[in-house]
Design a protein around this ligand. Structure first.
Ligand SMILES: Nc1ncnc2c1ncn2[C@@H]1O[C@H](COP(=O)(O)OP(=O)(O)OP(=O)(O)O)[C@@H](O)[C@H]1O
Ligand SMILES: [Mg+2]
Length: 323
């Protein structure tokens, strides 16, 4: 279909001693798209990124960036990429602009080109006003903008972003999403990791759901949701009846049009062919188990439902509803 492959991995694996951080990871990223690696803590997202960045050697498998092998041709790869790490490395004694100038000299960019690029990038991430203030006075969102600016300085064809909005407030997150979309408009390929379902859903053109170092599903958010089929009926059980969740789940297994059942501490998510048909039987089962339902709702599959269906668990155990 004439799409250029920006990144390709083939059965990529990395072990740290006995810990298999990633295994059998095979995927392609098209030029110009925003590609996401979505997974919980410890899934192997940063490890995958570090291999693509030539910072880690894979234990097995291959990876290329625009056709250049990350192990065989690390220098060629490095000239094509920019990186925004998960942990920010901001020097508290420099201003935002000084950070970028320092980076420009590390990259051996000509001075006038560095100055020109810095002006352009500061404008792109709305940091012009604060560029000459010490970075230690920046808010979390401004620090993240500076990180982004640093990643863009080498004028990369591919920008790698590790958890670009982790810990930011809602407004800052939306702003960062907006900048990432602007990069895409400029033809930059973006590969990002996230453990936010809404971020993957709204920002990524395609994503790989990764769990325990393996890809569990891959596609556009719409494809992944459509692939699940049917609707999701969510039952919230009254506090007094929470010990009946498991027995209710068991009795629901006999209901025909039910495709999948997953329990959570406060209730049950049921994937059904058609809620109209399944609902009466679900209510009957709850009655028979003397399980009082506090709340019933049904919705089209969300990315959260895809995640649970593919991995068997919620992305964050402490917040079963996702965000
Ligand atoms: N340098 C290392 N030495 C030993 N084990 C490591 C190392 N780096 C990562 N791991 C392990 O590899 C697994 C994957 O880690 P990784 O950092 O890639 O996960 P992640 O998806 O980025 O998680 P998070 O969302 O917490 O950033 C984890 O079990 C982690 O403990
Ligand atoms: Mg990580």
């Amino acid at each position: 279909m004439g799409r250029t492959v920006a990144i390709e991995t083939l059965k990529l694996a990395k072990a740290f001693g006995d810990v298999k951080a990633i295994e059998h990871l095979s995927f392609q990223v098209w030029e110009g798209e925003i590609f996401g690696l979505l997974g919980p803590n410890g899934a192997g997202k940063s490890t995958t990124l570090r291999i693509l960045l030539t910072l880690l050697r894979p234990t097995a498998g291959h990876a290329t960036v625009f056709g250049h092998d990350v192990v065989q041709e690390p220098d060629r790869v490095r000239r094509l990429i920019g990186y925004v790490p998960q942990e920010r490395a901001i020097d508290r004694f420099l201003t935002g602009r000084e950070h970028l100038l320092l980076l420009g000299s590390l990259y051996h960019l000509p001075k006038d080109e560095t100055l020109r690029r810095i002006r352009e990038i500061l404008k792109l991430v709305d940091l012009e006003d604060r560029a000459d203030h010490l970075a230690k006075t920046y808010s979390g969102g401004m620090k993240r903008k500076l990180d982004l600016a640093c990643g863009l300085l080498p004028n990369p064809k591919v920008l790698f972003l590790d958890e670009p909005t982790l810990g930011l407030d809602v407004q800052s997150r939306l702003r960062i999403w907006d900048y990432i979309r602007r990069l895409k408009e400029r033809g930059i390929t973006v590969v990002m990791t996230t453990n936010y379902l809404d971020e993957a859903d709204h920002l990524c053109d395609r994503l790989a759901i990764i769990d325990g170092g393996r890809i569990m599903a891959l596609g556009s958010p719409a494809e992944l949701k459509a692939g699940l089929g049917g609707d999701v009926v969510s039952l919230t059980v009254g506090a007094a009846d929470m010990d009946r969740v498991e027995s209710l789940a068991k009795s629901l297994k006999a209901v025909p049009s039910i495709r999948a059942i997953s329990t959570k501490p406060s209730g049950i998510d049921i994937r059904v062919e058609s809620p109209e048909k399944a609902l009466p039987a679900i209510l009957d089962a709850a009655n028979q188990q003397a399980c009082r339902l506090e709340f019933i709702e049904y919705h089209r599959p969300r990315l959260e439902d895809v995640f649970i269906a593919q991995t068997g668990h919620a992305i964050r155990e402490e917040f079963p509803s996702g965000e």
